[in-house]
Structures are given as C-alpha cells and as structure tokens.
Unconditional design. Structure first.
Length: 381
C-alpha cells in the first residue's frame, strides 16, 4: 500500500515525497472511562493510513484522498473548514499549528490506507496524527509526541465537531509493537505493558449495525455521569469527576441517586478497577484472567451502562463456549460497531467459521472479520 500511495503522489504531483504511516487503534478494556478521567488500555494495530507529503513552493495546500479518489485544494493564506468531511481532519491540524504561530508553507499530500472505515478503529485520529507527524518532521517544528496528540485532538473538536477524549490520538502516537498502554486520562501518565502476541490474535467482528443512537446516547451518558458527580460534590470536597469518587462514597449515598445514575457511576468505577486488574494479569502473564475481565466489561456495558445492543450481545454470547477464545466484549461507543475478541491462533479458523455460521448482519450477509496484531505508533514509512 505504501508504494501505491507514493506512486499516486509522483503521478499527480512530483517525485520523492516523505512517507509516513499512521495506525488505527483498538481498546482492549476501559470503555466510556476516558471522558470520566479514568483508565483505558488501548494500542495501535497493524492497519494504517499512509501519507506522502512534500512542499510544493506554492501558496496552496493540495490533497488527494486515494481511497475516495477525491481531491481538495485551498489557499495557505486562509484556513477554514470546508464541505468535504475528510479534508476537515487535515485542515484542522494545519489550523492548530498555525494558531501556535507556525508558518506552514504550501505542500502536496496523498493519503490512503487499509483501516476499515466505520469499524471503530479511529481512522480519524490516524489521519490527524499522520499529517501532524509529517508536518512536524518536514518543517522541524519541534513538537513533542504529547503536543502532537493534543493538537490532533483539538483539530477533531474544532474542525470535525467531535468532542473526543484523548485516548485515540494518544494511542496512535505512543504505541509500541506487542504492548498496550495503560493511560490515565486524568494525568496523562502512561505505562506500556507487554502483551505477547506470538500465540494470540485480536479479532474484530463487525455487527453490521450502524451507530445510529451512539452520539445522542453518548451525550446522555456523559450527562448522567456528571449528575452523579454533582450529587457527590455536595457530600465531599475535591470531587471534580468520577475519578475522585470511591465505591464506599457511592454506597454511603446511594439513597440520593436514582437507579439509572447509580448504575452509570457504579459501572465507571468498576471498569477502572478492571483496567488496573487487567494490567496485573498482563504483568503475571495470566491471559485467561485478562480475558475474563473483558467479558465482565461487556456485561457491565450491557447491564449497567446500557450501551450494547442485541447484535453485540449475540456475538459475545457465541464466543463464551468456544475453545481458544480468552475474552470478548463490545468496543467503542456502542449500539453497533464491533466486538473485540482475544483468540488463540490455533483456534482462529474455527472461531471465524463458527461466527460466520451463527451470525448474520441485519442485511443477511456474513459479518466482516478483521484479524490484527499490536503495532507501533505513527512513524516514517
């Protein structure tokens, strides 16, 4: 794929661009915890967006989205959102750098890759971080990895209109091969944990259900968690988010919560504990216990946070009696999208066959199944 992107660049623009690869990401455990200042356990995967970038000596930025066969160009003297959604991820990055006082001369850019769209693998973060990395390298801006992550996140907020947490951009830039990142979304402290993938695969199964409820319900869950925080603020000083709350405090004040708010807050605290326990499992090489925590995460998302759906539940239930499946859960915002499964390599074919036999998407077709390994972060290709 990297050669296709380079050849497309040289065909449409000029020879010898710099090449960058920027990965998608998965999150093994720690769902809906990032915006509650909690813990997450993501990693980049071996699916990428590739970039070819080179200065063009013009007062113009020229882009080609290879996979979409779509072009866009704009003056480098005035950066503003446009009516092409894909271009806004790129323009947002330029706008952030320009806002820091960086002079960004005109350049040409071709990008494309093999991250499945709409599967919850954060192709948007891969695009933002890929261009940010390329421009930082090309023009020697001196941004740190953390600064690139934060400006890419802000680009998504301001130009794509998505109020994402920091997890996606952080994972895309900071990942290492065969490791996951325990990220504290409050302090941004992080630690890499080895996940030996020599005998394991991460397998994603797409329900084929679009996240039609995801954005409205996502905002509702944020508000419900905030309601819980507001109640507990009156009982104890120093509470700014659910990260500052103990289970004892919730139990002590449970009569002040309605049932829904109690479920939401309890889930978040339990999920944070599961992330910490999952890291202990990795440190001890106990993959079976790690997998059981993934199942518990799913049951919490289904029963307490209530962001699953029948199709996600069905895919997880199918794996429970299967040999060689260590863990499974829904991944992402919920109400559709993918399950993430931890499968022993010698059971991989059997897993795919059983899922294909037993599950059909809403349009009666076989589900898309993606196998991936844990890869490194954004870098030169």
């Amino acid at each position: 794929m990297v050669n296709q992107i380079k050849q497309a660049f040289e065909k449409h623009f000029s020879p010898a661009p710099i090449m960058v690869k920027s990965p998608g990401r998965v999150n093994l455990i720690g769902e809906h915890t990032d915006y509650n200042n909690g813990f997450v356990l993501p990693s980049a995967i071996d699916k990428y967006v590739y970039f070819a970038v080179k200065p063009n000596g013009l007062d113009e930025y020229r882009f080609l989205a290879y996979d979409l066969n779509s072009r866009f160009s704009t003056s480098s003297r005035r950066i503003e959102p446009c009516d092409k959604p894909w271009a806004n991820y790129l323009l947002g990055v330029i706008a952030q750098m320009a806002g820091h006082g960086k002079n960004i001369p005109g350049f040409d850019c071709v990008f494309g890759g093999n991250i499945p769209m709409g599967a919850g693998l954060s192709s948007s973060a891969a695009i933002e971080c890929g261009l940010a990395y390329a421009l930082n390298h090309l023009y020697n801006f001196g941004y740190s990895q953390l600064e690139l992550a934060l400006l890419s996140q802000k680009a998504e907020h301001e130009y794509a209109g998505v109020q994402c947490g920091i997890m996606d951009q952080f994972a895309v830039l900071f990942s290492r091969s065969d490791h996951v990142i325990k990220l504290d979304c409050q302090s941004l402290d992080h630690e890499h944990y080895k996940l030996d993938m020599s005998h394991l695969s991460i397998v994603l199964v797409n329900t084929g259900v679009k996240h039609s409820l995801a954005s409205s319900e996502y905002n509702r869950r944020r508000m419900e968690c905030q309601k819980g925080v507001d109640i507990l603020k009156r009982e104890s000083d120093g509470i700014r988010s659910l990260r500052d709350v103990s289970m004892d405090l919730i139990v002590k004040n449970r009569h002040k919560f309605d049932e829904t708010i109690l479920k939401r807050c309890t889930y978040v605290l339990e999920e944070n504990e599961r992330v910490i326990a999952a890291c202990d499992c990795l440190a001890n090489g106990d993959f079976n216990a790690f997998g059981q925590l993934m199942y518990q995460s799913h049951y919490g998302l289904r029963d307490k946070y209530q962001v699953s759906c029948a199709e996600l539940d069905r895919l997880v239930e199918l794996t429970e009696p299967m040999d060689g499946v260590l863990g499974a859960r829904m991944m992402g915002g919920g109400f559709g999208g993918c399950t993430i499964n931890l499968v022993e390599n010698n059971h991989l074919d059997n897993f795919k066959q059983l899922i294909t036999n037993e599950y059909k998407t809403p349009d009666s077709s076989n589900p898309e199944i993606y196998t991936c390994t844990l890869g490194g972060g954004t870098r030169l290709a």
